[in-house]
Design a protein. Sequence first.
Length: 69
Amino acid sequence: MVNDAIKLLGSDDANILTLFYKGEQSLEEIAGVLGIEANAVKVRLHRARGRLKEKMQTHFQQELKDMMN
């Protein structure tokens, strides 16, 4: 379900979430890949998580309810 929700995100959000969670890269490593400061990675990651949450709540509402019960 999470992978499906990530596919609904823009490429920037999907990339940063993939690098951090699937690639298990540190903020500093991601910063090097993207050519930005580690602090900017932290902010972008926070915002991407928020958008991921919104997508999951919107598109996978029933699945989330089923998981909670």
